[in-house]
Design a protein around this ligand. Structure first.
Ligand SMILES: NC(=O)c1ccc[n+]([C@@H]2O[C@H](COP(=O)([O-])OP(=O)(O)OC[C@H]3O[C@@H](n4cnc5c(N)ncnc54)[C@H](OP(=O)(O)O)[C@@H]3O)[C@@H](O)[C@H]2O)c1
Length: 242
């Protein structure tokens, strides 16, 4: 994709990786719309980045996803890039009493929202690029986050199919595959050990400028290139302390 002159909707674009993308896309000369559930967080970003357009929205809710699409189609019919970035990560075990409830919440935001938004926004005549944010855990699961890992494997598979299906409409589909990065994902402090978002974003933009459609970094680059034996070794290494 070209990295300037776009109008881009970034779900969850007010924090973490989404915020890193928002800042960089604005610096590269794009118009950015961000959405999320917390209005106060959206307003903070708007105060720091005056050109950003904010929209409060709970993407776990079907009607709010439809209303977001209809708002964009009416107010921003020139939107040409959708980035499905919003997601949650639940550290849990199947024996937890609230396991199933938490699993349903995770599936709603990590799977139902991006596949529904993809299907809605592909009707927007201006759409040229759709980016799904998956994870290095799409390729090898971390058992502490069993449903999260599975949602990301689902989205990796779906993105491969979507890339081929969307090509008939000349829509480019990109998979952004972050490794663990230092954000508040899963709760404050859980990712403090991980690389900074800014280093990831720098690498992502280099890859976008080269025309790549699978964007990787560090651990996720290794995982996308690994065969079954290396993936099995990584699984044992990552989960041996459980
Ligand atoms: N950080 C990592 O280690 C890592 C690694 C691989 C992949 N990823 C993926 O990267 C993406 C961004 O995560 P992050 O690390 O940047 O964490 P983050 O800072 O917690 O970002 C998640 C964003 O999603 C939004 N969101 C969550 N549920 C939502 C809902 N129901 N409706 C609308 N927005 C919602 C959040 O805003 P509100 O809470 O205000 O709604 C927040 O802005 C996720 O898809 C994550 O799975 C992250």
């Amino acid at each position: 994709m070209k990295v300037s002159g776009n109008k881009i909707l970034i779900t969850g674009g007010a924090t973490g990786i989404g915020l890193g993308l928002t800042e960089r896309f604005i610096a590269e000369g794009n118009t950015v719309i961000v959405c999320g559930r917390r209005e106060e967080v959206l307003k903070e970003v708007a105060a720091q980045l005056p050109t950003v357009i904010i929209r409060q929205c709970n993407l776990s809710n079907v009607e709010e996803r439809e209303s977001l699409y209809h708002w964009v189609a009416s107010e921003h019919p020139d939107l040409n890039v959708l980035i499905n970035n919003a997601g949650i990560q639940q550290w849990m075990s199947p024996t937890d009493t609230d396991f199933y409830q938490k699993a349903k919440e995770e599936i709603a935001i990590n799977i139902e929202a991006p596949i529904h938004l993809a299907s809605l926004f592909m009707h927007l005549h201006s759409l040229q690029t759709l980016i799904n944010v998956t994870s290095g855990l799409s390729f090898v699961p971390l058992t502490k986050v069993p449903v999260y890992s599975a949602t990301k494997a689902f989205m990796h598979s779906f993105t491969l199919s979507l890339r081929q299906l969307a090509s008939a409409k000349n829509i480019e589909v990109i998979e952004m595959i972050p490794p663990a990065l230092n954000t508040d994902l899963g709760g404050k402090g859980l990712h403090d050990h991980a690389p900074a978002v800014i280093d990831f974003i720098k690498s992502i933009f280099e890859q976008l400028k080269l025309g790549k459609t699978e964007l990787t970094f560090g651990f996720s680059e290794a995982m996308t290139k690994s065969g079954p034996e290396d993936l099995q070794k990584a699984f044992v290494r990552m989960n041996s302390a459980n």
